[in-house]
Design a protein around this ligand. Structure first.
Ligand code: C2E
Ligand code: CA
Ligand code: CA
Length: 698
C-alpha cells in the first residue's frame, strides 16, 4: 500500500485548505487521503501505510481532548498534527503534553508552516525508527557475540558489561558499573607476569584509536587466570570528543593450549616424550653460549642400545616400544634436572651434561648409565636384558656447536660398539680419522664395480686322502687404483654396513659361475665353485630367484655351485633360514656352514638345516699343534659333521702336521696355504688340468 498523510476532518473548507497547502508547490508532493469521521480514520490507520495524521479535534463522532485520546490510544506511534479552533487551543496544548507533535489554528492556516510541520514530523519519526532499530541491533549483537565487551567513561569507570564480559571477569553488571576499570579488568602479561598498562591509557596514548593486545592473562574475580586477547578503542560523543573506551576481549585459553601442544609436539619424541634432536640441538647450543661466557665445560653422551633389533624382531614392536620407554625413564633418572635426555630416533639417545667440571664427571655419568640400563626389564611379563654402547664428546675440546658434538659422540659410540659393546669411549681425533677413512673407502667401493676394480681369486679344496681337487672357493679382491690391493677384511665389513654387499655379492655369484662355465668350455673337468654369501644377501627377498637366474644364464649345473653361509648368518633368524635353505636345496645347490665353531650353533637347528658341508674355522686348525684342547675340539667337530653326514672341510691348513692330524681324524677335505694360496683364474685352470700333487712340493 502506498504511504500517505491521513487527514481526519469533517469541514470541507478545512479539507480543501489543507490539501491545497500540502500538494502545492511541493517538489515531492505527499499523497493525502481524507476521511470525515474519527472511526473511519482509525479504520484507515489499521490498514497501514499512514506516515502522519492531521486530526481536527472537532469531529461529528468525538469532541475536544476525547478526539485526541481516542485516536492516540488507537495509533500511539503515528505522529499527529492537530487542527484546532482558537476556542479549543487550550485543549490542543493539553494534547501536546500527552504526545501530539504539534497543533495549528484553522483560522491561521499558513500553507508554508503546515507543509514544514508535516514534513518535519514524518522525518523525525523515520529517524527515530532508524535509531531504534540500530539500538536493537547493537544490543542483540552484544548479547550474542562470543566476545566480551566492556565500556568505560573518560574517568575509567565501568559503564557497561555484556554477558560474556560478566562471565570472563566474574563481575555482574550491577556490581561492576561505576567501579574502576582496573578492579574489574585485572590483566597481567602471560610471559613476564607483570601487570600490564591499563588499556585505557594505552588507547589514549596510542596514535590510532584501536589497539590489539595479545599474550594477556585476565585475573578473574575468584583469582582464576584466563588467557585472553583484547583490543581497545576510544569512543567519542556527538561532537567528536573522547567519551570513554570500549574493550573487546575473548578467551584464547583453548587456542593457546593448542599452540603450546603443537610446539611441544614439534620438539619432542612421540614415543618417550623426550626432547627430540631439534630441541636437543637448541639446548646444546644454549649451553655452549653459557659455557663459553663462564669458561665452563659440557659433555654430550651418545647412547645406542646393543642388539635392540633382535628384541624388536623376537618380541614385536609393541614390546620394543615399551622397552624404549623404560630405557628413557632410566636415562632421565641417571642425570640431573639441568641435563637434557633426548631420543634421536630408533634406539639412539643423546644426553647433554651441562655441568661438567672435569672429564671424570662424564665418566661417572657414563658408568652410571651403563649400570642403570643393564638391570633386567620386565615388559608384558617378559624378562628382557639389554646393554648399551656409549660415546662421549666434550665442549670445548671436541667441537664448538651441537651438530659437531653429537656427531663426535656418535663416532666414539661406534668405537665402543666395535670394542665389545656395553662400554663407553671418549672421542679421540684418531676415531675421526678412521671415520673419514671409512667414508672414503665406502665411496670408492661404490664405484669399484663399475670401474672393474673387483676381481675373484680361487682357492682349491683338497681331498685329504687322494689329494684331488674337490672344489674351489671364490674369494673377492679389490684392486684400488691408488692403494693397490685392499684385503677383504678391510672392505667387506664396509660393504656389509653400507648395503653395497648386495650388488657386489650378486656380481661375485655371477662372475664365479661365469668362470666355472668358462673352465668347462675350455674342456677342463667340472669343478664345484663355492661362493661366500653375506647376511644381507641371504635375507634379501629375491636371493633365491637371483641364484636361479645366475644358474640359468651361465648354464652351470646347480650341484656345482656351493653357497658358504656363516653360522651367525644362519642363526640370526634360524626359523626362516630353515625354509630358505630348503628352497635352495630344492634348486640343487650345495650348502656349507662357513667358519664353523666360532658362532653359536644350536645343534637342533644344525640337524634341521639341509646342509652338505661344515667348514671348521681356521682358528681351531691354527691352534692344533700348540693346544691339546684344540685337537679335542677339532675332533669333536669332525665327528659332528660325520654324524650329520656332512662333508667336513678344514680351513686354513698350513702345515704337514695339521694335514696328518686331520687325516687320522677322518676329516675329508682341507683348504689352506699348505696346498695352495688363492690364485687368479688362469692359474687355477692349470691346477685343474694337471692336478695339485706336483705343485705341492712339501
Ligand atoms: P673365509 O670365507 O673364511 O675365506 C677364507 C679366508 O682364509 C680367505 O681370506 C683366504 O685367503 C684365507 N686363507 C686361506 N688359506 C689360509 C691359510 O692357510 N691360512 C690363513 N691364515 N688364511 C687362509 P680372504 O680372501 O682374505 O677373505 C677373508 C674373508 O672375506 C673370507 O673369509 C670371507 O668371509 C670374506 N670374503 C671373501 N670374499 C668374499 C665374497 O665374495 N663375498 C663375501 N660375502 N665375503 C667374502
Ligand atoms: Ca668362505
Ligand atoms: Ca671361513
Amino acid at each position: 500500500m502506498k504511504s500517505c498523510v491521513l487527514l481526519i476532518a469533517c469541514d470541507p473548507a478545512d479539507t480543501r485548505l489543507v490539501v491545497k497547502a500540502l500538494t502545492r508547490a511541493c517538489e515531492e508532493s505527499l499523497d493525502i487521503e481524507g476521511v470525515t469521521t474519527l472511526s473511519s480514520g482509525v479504520e484507515r490507520i489499521n490498514k497501514g501505510g499512514v506516515l502522519a495524521v492531521i486530526l481536527d479535534l472537532e469531529m461529528p463522532d468525538h469532541h475536544g481532548i476525547g478526539t485526541y485520546e481516542k485516536f492516540f490510544s488507537a495509533a500511539p506511534d503515528i505522529p499527529m498534527l492537530l487542527l484546532s479552533g482558537t476556542e479549543t487551543e487550550s485543549i490542543a496544548r493539553q494534547a501536546l503534553d500527552r504526545g501530539a507533535q504539534d497543533y495549528i489554528l484553522k483560522n491561521h492556516l499558513d500553507e508554508f508552516r503546515l507543509r514544514r510541520v508535516v514534513r518535519g514530523m514524518i522525518e523525525r519519526k523515520a529517524a527515530e525508527d532508524a535509531a531504534f532499530r540500530q539500538q536493537q541491533l547493537a544490543e542483540l549483537t552484544l548479547s550474542c557475540t562470543g566476545d566480551a565487551v566492556l565500556t568505560t567513561d573518560t574517568f575509567g569507570r565501568v559503564t557497561e558489561l555484556n554477558r560474556a564480559a560478566e562471565t570472563l571477569t566474574g563481575w555482574t553488571s550491577e556490581e561492576a558499573i561505576g567501579c574502576k576499570l582496573g578492579d574489574v579488568f585485572q590483566i597481567i602479561d602471560s610471559v613476564t607476569r607483570q601487570p600490564v598498562q591499563d588499556p585505557l591509557i594505552a588507547v589514549v596514548n596510542a596514535e590510532s584509536s584501536a589497539l590489539v593486545l595479545a599474550n594477556r592473562l585476565l585475573i578473574r574475580r575468584d583469582g582464576f587466570e584466563v588467557a585472553i586477547e583484547d583490543s581497545a578503542a576510544h569512543t567519542r560523543d556527538r561532537h567528536g570528543n573522547v567519551s570513554g573506551a570500549v574493550i573487546v576481549f575473548h578467551d584464547v585459553s583453548a587456542a593457546r593450549a593448542k599452540t603450546l601442544e603443537l610446539s611441544h609436539r614439534a620438539q619432542h619424541d612421540f614415543l618417550t616424550d623426550l626432547p627430540n634432536r631439534v630441541l636437543l640441538n637448541d639446548r646444546i647450543n644454549q649451553a655452549i653460549s653459557f659455557a663459553a661466557r663462564y669458561s665452563k665445560q659440557l659433555a654430550v653422551i651418545f647412547v645406542d642400545l646393543d642388539y635392540f633389533k633382535k628384541i624388536n624382531d623376537a618380541f614385536g614392536h609393541a614390546v620394543g616400544d615399551k622397552l624404549l620407554q623404560s630405557v628413557a625413564t632410566r636415562l632421565v633418572s641417571c642425570v640431573r634436572r639441568s641435563d637434557s635426555v633426548s631420543r634421536l630416533g630408533g634406539d639412539e639417545f643423546a644426553i647433554l651434561l651441562s655441568q661438567v667440571e672435569r672429564s671424570e664427571d662424564a665418566v661417572f655419568s657414563a658408568k652410571k648409565i651403563l649400570n642403570a640400563l643393564a638391570a633386567p626389564y620386565s615388559i608384558d611379563q617378559k624378562h628382557l636384558d639389554i646393554n648399551a654402547s656409549i660415546g662421549v664428546s666434550t665442549y670445548p675440546s671436541d667441537g664448538q656447536d651441537a651438530e659437531t658434538l653429537i656427531q663426535k659422540a656418535d663416532t666414539a659410540m661406534y668405537d665402543a660398539k666395535k670394542l665389545g659393546r656395553n662400554s663407553y669411549q671418549f672421542f679421540r681425533a684418531d676415531m675421526q680419522a678412521r671415520v673419514l677413512e671409512r667414508q672414503r673407502l665406502e665411496s670408492a667401493l661404490r664405484s669399484a664395480l663399475g670401474r672393474d676394480e673387483l676381481k675373484l681369486n680361487y682357492q682349491p679344496k683338497i681331498d685329504l686322502k687322494t689329494w684331488e681337487i674337490t672344489g674351489v672357493e671364490a674369494l673377492l679382491r679389490w684392486h684400488h687404483p691408488d692403494r693397490g690391493l685392499i684385503p677383504p677384511s678391510q672392505f667387506i665389513p664396509i660393504a656389509e654396513e653400507s648395503g653395497l654387499i648386495v650388488p657386489i655379492g650378486q656380481w661375485v655369484l655371477l662372475e664365479a659361475c661365469r668362470q666355472a662355465r668358462a673352465w668347462m668350455d675350455a674342456g677342463l673337468p667340472p669343478v664345484r665353485v663355492a661362493v661366500n654369501v653375506s647376511a644381507l644377501q641371504f635375507m634379501a627377498k629375491d636371493f633365491l630367484s637371483c641364484v636361479r637366474a645366475v644358474l640359468i644364464s651361465t648354464g652351470v649345473d646347480p650341484h656345482n655351485l656351493e653357497l658358504e653361509l656363516t653360522e651367525t648368518v644362519l642363526m640370526q633368524d634360524a626359523e626362516s633360514a630353515v625354509d630358505k635353505l630348503h628352497a635352495l636345496k630344492a634348486i640343487g645347490v650345495q650348502l656349507a656352514v662357513d667358519d664353523f665353531g666360532i658362532g653359536y650353533s644350536s645343534f637342533s637347528y644344525l640337524r634341521r638345516f639341509p646342509l652338505d658341508a661344515l667348514k671348521v674355522d681356521r682358528t681351531f686348525i691354527k691352534d692344533l699343534s700348540a693346544d691339546a684342547g684344540a685337537a679335542t675340539i677339532v675332533t669333536a667337530m669332525i665327528n659332528i659333521g660325520k654324524s650329520l653326514h656332512h662333508r667336513v672341510i678344514a680351513e686354513g691348513v698350513e702345515t704337514r702336521e695339521q694335514v696328518q692330524f686331520l687325516q687320522t681324524q677322518g676329516c675329508g677335505e682341507g683348504q689352506g696355504y699348505f696346498f695352495c694360496h688363492p690364485v687368479i683364474a688362469e692359474k687355477f685352470a692349470q691346477f685343474l688340468e694337471s692336478g695339485l700333487r706336483e705343485y705341492v712340493v712339501h
